[in-house]
Design a protein around this ligand. Structure first.
Ligand SMILES: NC(=O)c1ccc[n+]([C@@H]2O[C@H](COP(=O)([O-])OP(=O)(O)OC[C@H]3O[C@@H](n4cnc5c(N)ncnc54)[C@H](O)[C@@H]3O)[C@@H](O)[C@H]2O)c1
Length: 383
């Protein structure tokens, strides 16, 4: 039997307790693919929660004492603290020769994210972001429809993420840390922008060349709760709207190609395909579409997205097995932080359109352009 990966968690709060730990516990009991041997959290009540979940794991009050005592017997560190601490903890783990699984956003500043990637390359250790929306069943359905080529290359995407409150952290610590810029680095754009941007890269099969953004914050908060942006890609346009003040919790995405469109509303997917070819549809006629509905239960109401983590963790393990230290996910995580930072600048400058020439992005951390969609009949998994 292969040796299990030995890991430790830093920050045992909502996402690690509800989203990561159940998968680790399952793997530990079944085939021992992974073993959590230590946990660090600055909050005593959360250390107690970690002890109850992993009774054999040793618990520490901070990452430094955990690494000092445990690094020699660990393979990876799972970082799930608020974003402002990700960079410091990742560097400490890489210094100890550990692989790093890091919650989004990878960092709160582009220079920090770039330095993390460079450090991982130098240390020859994997750095991997928790870009878990790619692992949502409904998002996998979208990817498989795109692979079939039935709507053609995507040239327009709209993305709406509605929340009726900011996401809350565990009550034992600071449940409202997302409204404290020093811990969060920003509001809904910093919290959710990564998910929006990495899905956009995949669907547009490209990286953006310009953006404009706007944001607003309710009275008394120093982080924004409404954020909108338009990204220009070589392949088309993406318009995104994120809100913590919506009347409902919901995601709504639309993707448009020349031959049809995909609409996602939580777990529902509607595929519209233009039946008659361009030569058949009379000039000026709106065309005729065939509609198809699919349902991909994705448990959107559960913010821990615990069902998506296993597939993400498999990718992290694969990157370790391949010695893929800084892969596409890591580079896209860095690009996401760069875009969030630039979007904040655009919003602060009256929604000024900011070009994103290649030189504006650190070349050593910039991913190469995604491969274009395969031609119909030559479906290929691009995920
Ligand atoms: N991928 C997703 O879908 C998803 C969902 C929720 C949260 N997240 C991300 O996970 C991270 C944590 O968010 P959360 O909602 O779990 O927050 P949380 O407040 O519930 O948990 C954070 C935990 O970290 C501990 N902590 C804080 N600073 C620490 C430090 N310096 N060292 C050690 N422990 C520390 C706190 O005591 C707390 O237990 C954030 O980066 C967030 O963006 C991702």
């Amino acid at each position: 039997m292969k040796q299990p990966l030995r890991g430790a968690i830093v920050g045992y709060g909502f996402i690690s307790g509800q989203g990561h730990a159940p998968t680790y516990a399952k793997h530990m009991g079944n085939g021992r693919a992974v073993e959590i041997t230590a946990v660090a959290d600055i909050c005593a009540a959360r250390r107690q929660a970690a002890h109850e979940m992993f009774p054999l794991a040793r618990v520490y009050p901070d990452h430094a004492s955990l690494l000092a005592a445990e690094a020699g017997t660990l393979d990876f560190l799972d970082i799930a603290t608020p974003p402002a601490h990700h960079a410091e903890i990742a560097h400490a783990a890489l210094d100890c020769g550990l692989h790093v699984l890091c919650e989004k956003p990878m960092a709160t500043a582009a220079t920090d994210a770039q330095a993390m990637l460079r450090h991982a390359r130098e240390a020859r250790r994997v750095i991997f972001p928790c870009h878990n929306y790619k692992h949502a069943p409904v998002v996998k359905v979208v990817r498989s429809i795109l692979n079939e080529g039935v709507i053609g290359p995507v040239h327009l995407v709209t993305m709406q993420t509605f929340r009726n409150t900011h996401a809350k952290g565990v009550k034992e610590w600071r449940p409202d840390w997302r409204r404290e810029r020093a811990l969060s680095g920003g509001g809904i754009a910093m919290d959710h922008g990564s998910h929006t941007f990495y899905l956009a890269f995949d669907w547009m099969a490209a990286y953006p060349t310009a953006l404009t953004a706007h944001s607003s914050a309710a009275d008394g908060h120093d982080t924004e709760d409404v954020f909108g942006c338009t990204l220009t890609f070589p392949t088309g346009v993406v318009s995104a709207h994120l809100s913590w003040t919506a009347g409902v919790r919901k995601v709504m995405y639309t993707l448009h190609g020349k031959k049809g469109a995909i609409r996602v509303e939580d777990e529902d997917v509607e595929l519209a395909v233009l039946e008659a070819g361009p030569g058949v549809v009379a000039p000026g006629s709106p065309g005729k579409w065939r509609f198809e509905h699919r349902v991909a239960p994705s448990a959107w109401m559960d913010a821990s997205h615990t069902g998506w983590f296993s597939s993400l963790f498999d990718e992290f393990r694969g990157a370790i097995a391949r010695s893929e230290y800084v892969g596409r996910d890591a580079m896209e995580a860095c690009l996401c932080v760069e875009l969030i930072e630039r979007a904040y600048r655009s919003a602060a400058e009256g929604s000024r359109v900011l070009d994103l020439p290649d030189g504006a992005i650190d070349r050593t951390t910039r991913p190469r352009a995604p491969r274009p969609l395969p031609a119909p009949g030559h479906a290929e998994d691009l995920a």
